[in-house]
Design a protein around this ligand. Sequence first.
Ligand code: TRP
Length: 336
Amino acid sequence: MTENQSPDKKKIILSGIQPTGVFTLGNYIGAVRNWGKLQDDYQCAYFIANAHAITVRQDATKLRQQTLQALALLLACGVDPQKSLVFIQSHVPAHFELSWVLSCFTQFGELSRMTQFKDKSAKNADNINAGLFTYPALMAADILLYHADLVPVGVDQKQHLELARNVASRFNGLYGDTFTIPDAYIPQVGAKIMSLSEPTKKMSKSDENQNGCIYILDDPDTLMRKFKRAVTDSDACVRYADGKDGINNLMTIYSIATGRTLEQIEAEFSGKGYGDFKLAVGESVVEMLREVRESYTRLIADKAYLEDVYKSGAEKARTISARTLSKVYRKVGFLQ
Ligand code: TRP
């Protein structure tokens, strides 16, 4: 990962995930499941964004546990530390150091326009801290340190990526080519998974109705129970159509879990009721997540292995990021 990419070199992909609990089926299908698949075609870097997590209040013991869990989950979902750079953000000081420099090239007005800042400050009115405000500068540092070409992000992070691009261009304009300008990476199947209980809303950890949210470590009984309770409609026909949000969502999930097309699914369930369909969807998800759950159980019990992974990841990440940081320090006029 140097700044001088020859044309036949693999492009660099980088993404981070906050350690705020078990991933949902939505996180899995929309993001993490694809991360493993990208490893052969790209040079990938994936990290646990624990420094971003403390912009809202966290319990220290829980944050430590969740950081290790997030690492085990990433690996269980197919991220291979032999192929990809895998690390924990707080182990790499250059993220904080570059973040300071970049925050001096980021305007107050730009940060004020971030919709996530507005949303989160509305939700945490008693803790609108400076870190919550400057969070996009840290995220820009995460990305720019590794010269990422592509950043897989969901819609909620697009504005932050746009800001990172602007800051990078501004810096390059002032000091000459320093940073690679990152593009958003939009996965081919960008299926958005909706809540099972309120299928017009995105599936989310913060759902009030926890029956609507599937976690990738849910055991088979829990999965089946949640799918059996999934909200449908009174049409009693398995077909993909406007206004059938619940069935559309279940068909999307089933299609991803089985690899079947929507037409094949309609044919498979023609003349059958929603009860049969929901059972089939539940079973397909149990199957899809079986390996993830088994790998996770094995990995989380092996603390020594996890420690090896994050220690060697931190070492590599420190080497790469130190090079970028030193170049930046030189350019802004810090005495070497
Ligand atoms: N902000 C992202 C989120 O909350 C996580 C993140 C931090 C990230 N740094 C990143 C994602 C860099 C992509 C690239 O989901």
